[in-house]
Write a protein that binds this ligand. Structure first.
Ligand SMILES: [Zn+2]
Length: 206
């Protein structure tokens, strides 16, 4: 595989969720799916063998679906200890065009829906340059490419882990949105809570 979705979520404190969980069940099972789908097409139409192969195929899909649901609920439960979750409103459609079907496996929108039932989710405008902004001095590194996972700020010399830096910026921006209520996405004025976490959803090249 040349590329894929490596990190599901990066937390403000630098914790990366994929160390504990992996949501990419579909990718992990992709070879199995291919094998079972091939098995179906090889069997003669109408035969018992074909029926069995179709059944196996459907079973695997169901299994993957269930694993994913379990992962989403478990993660949402864990994140519900935070009063606010700041999250980037990524343009999934655009990313899908670049990354193909891999993004759909993360089922990000589905996860957000579940998360919203458990805690307050504050969306950060997708045009906010969370990755390109130095979280220390505010310099914007316009030429940052998707492949660059680490970078030095030419202004203040800080070494940045791309995801961690983005998460820090989202954290700041999230509180700004809470304070000023000026998100273009229409988040209302609310009292900032004591605890919050920024969650970033960067997509990385492997
Ligand atoms: Zn800087």
């Amino acid at each position: 595989m040349d590329f894929g979705l490596k990190t599901f979520l990066t937390m403000f404190d630098g914790n990366v969720i994929d160390k504990k969980y992996s949501s990419l069940y579909f990718l992990q099972s992709l070879n199995k799916i291919r094998k079972l789908s091939k098995a179906v097409s090889k069997k003669k139409k109408g035969s018992d063998n074909r029926k069995q192969a179709v059944l196996n195929f459907a079973r695997l899909h169901k299994k993957i679906f269930n694993q994913r649901q379990y992962f989403f609920f478990k993660l949402a439960n864990e994140l519900s200890k935070f009063d606010n979750i700041f999250i980037e409103d990524l343009n999934l459609k655009a990313i899908q065009m670049i990354w193909g079907r891999k993004i759909t496996d993360v089922s990000f929108a589905k996860f957000i829906k579940i998360l919203k039932t458990k805690t307050k989710v504050v969306k950060i405008d997708r045009f906010y340059p969370s990755s390109k902004t130095c979280s220390k001095c505010g310099y914007i590194y316009h030429d940052l490419s998707l492949k660059e996972r680490y970078w030095y700020c030419p202004e203040c010399g800080t070494f940045h882990d791309r995801d961690e830096n983005a998460a820090k910026n989202i954290y700041k921006e999230g509180f700004r949105v809470l304070r000023e209520g000026t998100s273009s996405l229409g988040v209302g004025r609310v009292r900032p809570a004591m605890r919050a976490s920024a969650v970033d959803t960067r997509i990385l090249l492997l």
